[in-house]
Design a protein around this ligand. Sequence first.
Ligand code: T4K
Length: 370
Amino acid sequence: MDKILVTRPSVPSFEEYSEEIKRCFDIKWFTNMGEKHQILEDALKDFLKIPNITLFANGHLALENAIAELDLPKGSEVITTPFTFASTTHAIVRNGLVPVFCDIREDDYTIDASKIEALITPMTKAIVPVHVYGNICDDDAISAIAKKHNLKVIYDAAHAFGVEKNGVSVLLYGDASALSFHATKVFNTVEGGAICYKDSSREVRYNDMKNFGIHDEETVSFSGGNAKMNEFSAAMGICNLRHFNEECLKRKNVFEHYVKRLSDIDGIKILEIKSDTKSNYSYFPVVVDGVKFNRDNIKAKLHENNIESRKYFYPLTCDFDCYIGNSYKGSDNIPVARRISQNVLALPLYADLMLEDVDRICDLILAGGK
Ligand code: T4K
């Protein structure tokens, strides 16, 4: 039996992609904001119902540049959560800023806004919340705090492609949001990412930032890096966007089958999609109680049966080897994040996952996870 991976990329047919990239070969234009890049930016703006988007080479560089654009003094504190992928904390640190860790909410694992104010000092300049698993942060509370304390807000929206609350894209929250289009994401350009933002005056700077700070042939206004999306990635995005809705529906089917099998099981907590939320069904994390069900035993049992699950997100980023000596503020007061991280397991979820396989996974968990 083939190995079941935790996720698989959604892809167009080889023929569809070949047709899309044919013109790149014909005109020999491969990168530096070519036709495909422009088509994808316009298509994404329409699809996501947002006014501005700037494509990047990957989600990490989108986030790192969105934070860099704020031009905060080095050593400023940025409040964020450690229950996330490495990228979030690294993007803060690589900008010469200091992460301060806030705990997460029990129900959806996003930043607990009621704990943010206690972490604010005169050094605090920004908040970087994460829409983890596509769960929507409490933007009303976060933006009220940001306004009161004059803080910037950059959302790590790597998991939030297509997510809406009450019909409005969550990519409109904060000063900017960074998306990931990595192969493992619900919408992929192989590698890729984007910054989404309301204030169109940011566009020129974002475009210059991803192109060495080059504004025009003779004007280089700052020392930017290279974070441009190439034409082959943009072409993959154009193809994948055509199929996004149907792929999302297939993911929904898989997601709902898990819900059917694993809800109301004592000792297993699953994600609840709120009635005001349009989900993208990006992940299916379960959090077990550590008594009736043990996360590491379940992972091992699945592995023995050729099924890959992942501990997204363990360890917490504040416990990474590269940060452990830094004793960043907040890391000693994140009990919810610590408990969730110890007990969470992301189960396989992708559009073509068979429901029989979901049943097999659930049977293994329910029979042998203790
Ligand atoms: N912020 C957050 C909150 C994020 O989660 C991420 C990325 C970022 C920022 C940064 O965005 P990017 O710079 O990556 O655009 C994976 C992804 O590489 C990473 O994009 C993602 N988050 C993270 C949550 O998951 P790994 O280290 O778990 O990837 P890997 O190689 O172990 O692959 C996971 C599964 O996908 C495996 O079962 C195999 C399967 N797979 C993978 C690839 C690359 C495929 O089937 N095909 C493939 O091409 O990080």
